[in-house]
Design a protein around this ligand. Structure first.
Ligand code: MEV
Length: 427
């Protein structure tokens, strides 16, 4: 019988890198070759040089594993690529807090991308709108002919929406949305191909050239909803009762609800986690971020993406609904050797499942940040991890990195000047 592998690995962060790799290798049945690729960051120069223009090298970033994730009762080790210290630690910590109550629950509320066609300078905009609606069936047919392979695997264009509105500069604007199921691809290229291929028919129907034909990153038809509960018991810490910590988190939420200056930072924290997983899986993290920020402002007021509240039992409940535009194929995902390995570590079966994981990471990332902010402040944990970077920046090598960092931490003086002094004077 196959052993059930848990992602709850106490003290993972304290293990050597070699031991960490052994654990991940065993969890995900990685081959020696795959391990070597992760360790060395091997990136076939032929692939790299053709990926974008004017390539002259590679910019490596740390590749980490977040442990403790239990999502819809499935155990996940989550690869994250980020340069920011404490992001991975906060994700692991937040995920751990949710386990007592069964982890995170996640559901996809849709899988449709939006392709847009805009037409302006219409002689009779209302009539143009009616004509589009009248020809809806034909437009959908032509749209689906643009990507027969997508239709064969069960995807394709599912709907058409049309809206007329005004812009001061151009007058009437006719906006046509095609709603497209791109299955396991993020689908920006698919969407753009379909709408560019469908635009000539639209232009014929309305008698005007389309000005814009492009995917919308406000993917409100591709939402994921995640929820987690955290008990008072696990939030009891550092001289605070769980009840107090929950009260403080709920107050922090209330501030973000009414003040955009806080809400933006709050959401940046959520995207610290979401973006890091998107990057590790070869996905377009800018699309993800644009969509999340746009969705946060959809009501006309920029709001925090996640909501934290106290339930009747006095425990903390967090919920978040967010658009997630990612894929497990297309783009560079199946070309980049490390994104392929990330998907293997995640044991992901579909883009929808990956979207659930990414939203879950965002939710617990927020929990980790809020918990730290309202208890000890963000800098103690952050600087504990960042002190090593400062020591390295000052020239520390090998064992000296830890020594200089620890000394600065003991002295509570984590500055590059002090790091240099410690090194020069060997104190
Ligand atoms: C830092 O990258 C992210 C935080 O500022 C998020 C937050 O304030 O909620 C810690």
């Amino acid at each position: 019988m196959k052993r059930k592998k848990s992602s709850r690995i106490p003290g993972f962060f304290k293990l050597s890198r070699k031991k960490k790799i052994e654990i991940v290798k065993d969890f995900a049945d990685l081959t020696d070759k795959e391990v070597k690729i992760i360790e060395k960051g091997i990136f076939d120069s032929e692939i790299r040089d053709r990926m974008v223009e004017n390539v002259i090298g590679t910019f490596p970033l740390p590749y980490s594993i977040a442990v403790n994730f239990l999502i819809n009762k499935k155990e996940y080790l989550v690869p994250m690529v980020t340069e920011e210290s404490s992001v991975v630690a906060a994700a692991c910590y937040g995920a751990r807090l949710t386990r007592e109550r069964g982890g995170i629950s996640a559901e996809n509320l849709g899988n449709l991308m939006i392709g847009q066609i805009y037409v302006v300078d219409l002689k009779n905009p209302k009539r143009a709108k009616l004509r589009i609606l009248k020809n809806k069936k034909e437009i959908l047919k032509i749209a689906n002919q643009q990507k027969p392979d997508l239709v064969k695997i069960g995807g394709g264009v599912r709907g058409l929406e049309v809206k007329l509105f005004k812009s001061q500069k151009t007058g009437s604007v006719l906006r046509i949305h095609l709603l497209i199921d791109t299955r396991d691809a993020m689908g920006a290229n698919t969407v753009n191909t379909i709408i560019e291929g469908t635009a000539p028919l639209i232009e014929k129907i309305v008698g005007r050239e389309a000005l814009l034909k492009i995917v919308s990153n406000l993917a409100e038809e591709r939402l994921v909803k995640v929820k987690a509960m955290v008990t008072k018991k696990v939030l009891t810490m550092k001289g605070f009762s769980g009840k107090e910590v929950i009260q403080r988190i709920v107050k922090a939420q209330a501030i973000a609800d009414v003040d955009i200056y806080r809400a933006v930072t709050n959401n940046k924290g959520i995207l610290n986690g979401m973006g890091a997983v998107a990057l590790a899986t070869g996905n377009d993290w800018r699309a993800l971020e644009a969509g999340a920020h746009g969705f946060a402002a959809k009501s006309g007021r920029y709001l925090p993406l996640a909501r934290w509240r106290k339930n009747k039992q006095g425990d903390l409940v967090g919920e978040m609904t967010v658009p997630i535009t990612i894929g497990i194929l297309g783009g560079i995902i199946k070309i980049h050797p490390i994104s392929k390995i990330s998907l293997k570590i995640l044991k992901i079966k579909s883009a929808q499942e990956l979207a659930q994981v990414i939203a879950s990471v965002g939710l617990v990332q927020n929990l980790g940040a809020l918990r730290a902010l309202v208890v000890e402040g963000i800098q103690s944990g952050h600087m504990r991890l960042h002190a090593k970077n400062i020591a390295m920046e000052a020239g520390a090598k090998g064992k000296m990195i830890e020594r200089v960092a620890n000394k600065m931490l003991r002295e509570k003086r984590i500055e590059s000047g002090r790091a240099k002094e410690i090194l020069e004077k060997n104190i």
